[in-house]
Design a protein around this ligand. Structure first.
Ligand SMILES: Nc1ncnc2c1ncn2[C@@H]1O[C@H](COP(=O)(O)OP(=O)(O)OP(=O)(O)O)[C@@H](O)[C@H]1O
Ligand SMILES: [Mg+2]
Length: 262
């Protein structure tokens, strides 16, 4: 059994009329907005899913919440405070693990990186990294370099590193997209277990409706871009763990699928 420290619940995220354009403004011309007029409040401790087709702006919205990029117009705040830059209470699990791992560090060194920055003692770092390396199923691979790992294994290293830093808000950008079906299911279950134990806020991006319904308390559906908006919000008031053979799950799957087909 792996123990995870319980944590104080994070503050809510408020988004109002949020717009993002990557182009410089041109006089008398409507900017090319990727996302336009997003309105959303995500409660502290909520497991929220952002679901939408490829290219609609899911990563863009997640990057705005992370503070990696700036908004064009509107409001985006954590608690009462405008998000202007990254913060240690928010951590991102990227779509591409390669973008986040240090290639010259071993699995363990990658996982311990943030702990070292926080000046944790070696023994403590070792204990925490062992716990999370084990959790993501990489026990026995701790001394390998990223180049010796498969894509799915690298993705799990990234997840272990983020979890080891124990952020209050987990921003997850299609984190299990590169995993095989079995590992994916294991990781989904572990994520739910960690979330329930720790009260973290999870904002999880996916384009997989099944994954959305297995994991989320609430699903925000984004429309096709540009000028993408959240066009539907679905509550998923079902117990965990959820099963794809449950008629209630199948019913929701149909409902959300219908919105996509419209
Ligand atoms: N830095 C950038 N500069 C210019 N355009 C960008 C930038 N980042 C994203 N875009 C554009 O914004 C749109 C949305 O991209 P984004 O990566 O947010 O989509 P997504 O929903 O995450 O897609 P996917 O499901 O394929 O990951 C795309 O048209 C993309 O080309
Ligand atoms: Mg994306």
């Amino acid at each position: 059994m792996i123990n995870v420290q319980p944590l104080r619940q994070s503050e809510p995220i408020h988004i109002e009329n949020l717009r993002k354009s990557f182009h410089a403004p041109v006089a008398n011309k409507e900017p090319h907005y990727i996302i336009k007029d997003i309105n959303l409040t995500i409660k502290g401790g909520e497991f929220f899913i952002l679901l939408g087709p490829s290219g609609c702006g899911k990563s863009t919205l997640l990057n705005l919440i992370a503070g990696f990029i700036g908004k064009t117009e509107g409001k985006i705040a954590l608690g009462g405070k405008e998000i202007q830059r990254p913060g240690s209470e928010r951590a991102m699990v990227f779509q591409q693990a390669d973008a986040s791992l240090f290639p010259w560090l071993t699995v363990r060194e990658n996982v311990e990186f943030g702990l070292k920055m926080k000046k944790l003692k070696k023994a403590e770092r070792h204990e925490i990294s062992s716990r999370y390396i084990e959790l993501v199923g990489l026990g026995g691979h701790a001394d390998k370099l990223p180049k010796e790992l498969s894509g799915g294994m690298k993705q799990r290293v990234q997840l272990a590193r983020v979890l080891a830093n124990d952020p209050a808000i987990l921003l997850m950008d299609e984190p299990f997209g590169a995993l095989d079906a079995m590992t994916r299911r294991t990781m989904q279950k572990e994520l739910i277990r960690i979330w329930r134990q720790t009260n973290k806020t999870v904002i999880f991006v996916t384009h997989d409706i099944q994954e959305a319904i297995l994991l989320g308390q609430r699903v925000g559906v984004m429309s096709v871009g540009p000028s993408s908006q959240i066009t539907d919000l679905h509550d998923i008031p079902l117990e965990y763990p959820r099963d794809l053979s449950d008629p209630k799950v199948l019913e929701l799957l149909g409902t959300i699928q219908n919105h996509f087909d419209e």
